[in-house]
Design a protein around this ligand. Structure first.
Ligand SMILES: CC(C)(COP(=O)(O)OP(=O)(O)OC[C@H]1O[C@@H](n2cnc3c(N)ncnc32)[C@H](O)[C@@H]1OP(=O)(O)O)[C@@H](O)C(=O)NCCC(=O)NCCS
Length: 188
């Protein structure tokens, strides 16, 4: 277990990002049962409160195990949950990294909220866990999500593209160091 992160609450100009609690199951269910919010990733859609409880438990387990995960995103001046944004550990091409996630209530879309939250999460991840590259897997038609990844500081990493749960995923990355220099007879 990794402890001691200063991440109980992150803040941006308009938003607070806090660690999830059991009561967040209602918002997890509301957002993940909205067909719009899962249009590009139907495998993430949830039908029942039990499925939402299962998903939230996996998020909480990651927090308990590693001290970070997906945050609950709210306006600074109100208690309404806008969505979720965070990172979890992943393995990609044999390398440990952080998978960037964001999903927001469609009522909150189009105001730069996702970009603002994702920028703060990526800032936190790069500052706190600099050895771990941040990656985002995005469906090709999900232009808004691709823009959010770029706004958060990730760049297109087509060498990492791969099949995902719902079809091919385009990869975006930050901190994915270039290959080490070639030494020996093949060096230029
Ligand atoms: C993707 C998502 C997080 C974007 O949220 P948002 O708060 O509307 O995003 P922002 O307002 O920060 O907009 C980011 C960019 O996308 C653009 N955008 C927003 N909606 C768009 C759309 N439907 N089509 C094309 N571009 C769009 C914005 O104009 C903005 O562009 P800019 O960077 O040039 O200014 C939101 O649509 C969502 O939750 N979708 C469902 C979940 C999802 O797909 N998650 C990603 C899985 S990989």
């Amino acid at each position: 277990m990794i402890t001691g992160f200063d991440n109980a609450e992150l803040r941006t100009e308009r938003l607070t990002l806090r660690r999830p609690v059991a009561d967040d199951v209602v918002a997890v269910h509301e957002i993940h049962r909205d067909p719009l919010a899962c249009a590009h990733n139907p495998s993430d859609a949830l039908r029942t409160p039990e499925e939402a409880a299962g998903l939230l438990e996996r998020w909480l387990e990651h927090w308990r195990g590693f001290g970070f995960g997906y945050w609950v995103v709210r306006p600074r001046d109100a208690g309404r949950t806008l969505g979720f944004c965070g990172v979890k550990l992943t393995d990609i091409d044999g390398r440990r990294g952080l998978n960037l996630f964001y999903r927001f209530d469609p009522a909150a879309w189009g105001r730069g909220i996702a970009s603002e939250a994702a920028r703060e999460v990526v800032r936190w991840a790069r500052a706190t866990l600099p050895a771990l590259p941040v990656v985002a897997r995005v469906r090709p038609a999900n232009t808004a999500s691709q823009r959010v990844a770029v706004n958060a500081g990730l760049t297109r990493a087509d060498h990492l593209d791969r099949p995902g749960e719902d079809g091919p995923d385009l990869l975006f990355a930050a901190g994915w160091a270039p290959s080490p220099p070639v030494k020996g007879p093949f060096a230029r």
